[in-house]
Design a protein around this ligand. Sequence first.
Ligand code: UN1
Length: 505
Amino acid sequence: MKDFLRELGIQEVNSGVSTGVFLEAPSGKEIESVEPSTGKVIARVRTAGGEDYEQVVAACDNAFQTWRMLPAPKRGEVVRRLGEELRRYKKPLGALISHEMGKIRTEGEGEVQEMIDIADFAVGLSRQLYGNTMHSERPLHRMYEQWHSLGIVGIITAFNFPGAVWAWNSMIAAVCGDTMIWKPSSKVPLTAIAVQRICDRVLAEAGHPGVMALAIGSSKDVGNKLVNDRRVPLISATGSCRMGAQVGTAVAQRFGRSLLELGGNNGIIVLDDADLDLATRGILFGAVGTAGQRCTSTRRLFLQKGIAKDLTARLVKAYQSVKIGDPLEAGTVMGPLIDKGAVDEFLAAIETIRKQGGEILTGGKVVDRPGFFVQPTLVKANPRMEIVGEETFAPILYVFQIDDLEEAIRLHNGVRQGLSSAIFTRNLQAAERFLSHAGSDCGIANVNIGTSGAEIGGAFGGEKETGGGREAGSDSWKFYMRRQTNTINWSSELPLAQGVEFGGS
Ligand code: UN1
């Protein structure tokens, strides 16, 4: 067992269920966490089954009764301590994320930094859960709105950000006075267990165990129960569009609230006047970073005809020098895909690309070594290729040549997803056009930086089939609270709104 695993309290066999304390023997089946760069088992996890889920809900419900009555800035103080512990464990946690998910070390540590950042943000937010006051149309009346805690939040996270996406939700939900149940991807259970251990300790010390609970398990044993549970007013789910459609529909049927952060099909437009060094680096990080397994990964590239040849050549060269290997080793630029299923999907996509008339400029193959490695792949594509409309969670980038910005925006917006987008240009008018109402239709639109690697301060999420949710910064916190409008009459009369007269004097 590696040192960083021991430091985080990971054992050969771990409980995957915590109500504030880990259950000793959860009754679901045992699963394995597999290291994607070798295919070897890291450790095993006992998942939630039978009545375990009920225990978790009961603990969260119980914790909610007292947590919501704690003043928000005091809740912020608890979150501050969580942030401090995350700082303390940044290195081992970052290493675990790399080990279990396959992203390179700097990205693993970057992910923990993202968790720390959102904790800091949430601490400040705990004193800024502002409501409006408005002037009543009636004399001697006061109107205002306030924000109340919502209840239990179900947080369903994907394998690719095994810590950060949970933190975006949970740190904010915590200062909002909610409690939460985390159902992480079964592909990365150890990261969730390590994070939960830290939370359990901090929350127990603060006297509020059960504010953050964990239920690792299958869709049947945990996912479906959570999504259909009327005691859980908000489900925040990250994953594929297909998963989101199921979750969104189920939650809507019980009039719950869902916050969906689903697939992206993110494009970068590069105009003739762009700084090509900058563009090359931005594209490389966006398309090859995290082995193309971010929802914000760059998947489509629109190159204006004047620079298309030059930039394509630069990219081919850069792609061929990407160092592929063990994500924990210094100098590695691209790690593995998450599992064999992902490699199969990559290979199926390559076959479809060929059938649909795409030309593989570089890559397209599996790397011959243990683990789940593939080559970063650049494809000369045409707009008739249907596969370009799909999100393949792998490092495949489709390159198109465009005549002008108008054509680029039309093609760019012509897909069902709407998460992130970017333009590289030095032309102010073109940049502003891209950011305007008639420009990118995505939730995120950038100038002279790539599509991925957003900071936590902004609201994160996208339009269309990306699901419409917004997480992390700005005013995303409003999703996690319920709004109440209050009117107070401090006169001795009872004037009605809109001048309505009713009954006697
Ligand atoms: C995701 O892939 O689900 O902007 C989230 C980014 C990261 C988060 C990605 N901060 O790429």
